[in-house]
Design a protein around this ligand. Sequence first.
Ligand SMILES: N[C@@H](CCC(=O)N[C@@H](CS)C(=O)NCC(=O)O)C(=O)O
Length: 217
Amino acid sequence: MSTITLTTFKWVPPIVQGLVRDLRVRWALEEAGLAYTTRLIGPPNQQSAEYLRLQPFGQVPVYQEDGLVLFESGAIVLHIAERSEALMPTERNARACTKAWMFAALNSVEQFAQMFTELDLFAAGQDWAKLRRPMLLAATIARLSKLAQWLEGREYLEDRFTAADLLMTTVLRTLRHSDLVTKNSTLHAYQHRCEARPAFQKALKDHMASFAANAPA
Ligand SMILES: N[C@@H](CCC(=O)N[C@@H](CS)C(=O)NCC(=O)O)C(=O)O
């Protein structure tokens, strides 16, 4: 029986709790029915030479299993999905489409959602942010509306729930400070549908419980 260890932060401020990328890995592990333990880190040890050998950028999450060390949450979710039909169909073409949407979530949508959210949460009020925001907002809305167009009349990105929906949902969550998802009924219903899954609820509960247990005094 292999042991899976997921490294994530001991604590983060409430504004980003529920968004840290260990959540998508926890969710994938829950969907796949794989048990895991966590290793909690905090500054400064994420910049130690030892940690940088596991995660070259000093970030979380890190996944370890039987000598395998993986960083990049998308690669970790893919690794889990490849061994679980709950996250990826077995048929070759369907698997390729799942992977395409996984890349789309991380490459075509997340980069906009992430930049927009970081600007609003961490740079609001600064002159450069005021200048940058309108273009970034328009670009994010354009990406989201294309995504909503694709999802129109569908429950999931492909015929059934897959790891691509898991990633896309975690990307949409990053926009929670805004109304960009909630005001779009298709995207809002999609996010809600995916987040209603018991595996997501369990993952979120564990993710939040860990921060609560390690909150600074
Ligand atoms: N592309 C990476 C991004 C990882 C990432 O940005 N992690 C954040 C937490 S969600 C982090 O560790 N931030 C602290 C830092 O960058 O120093 C992944 O998907 O794993």
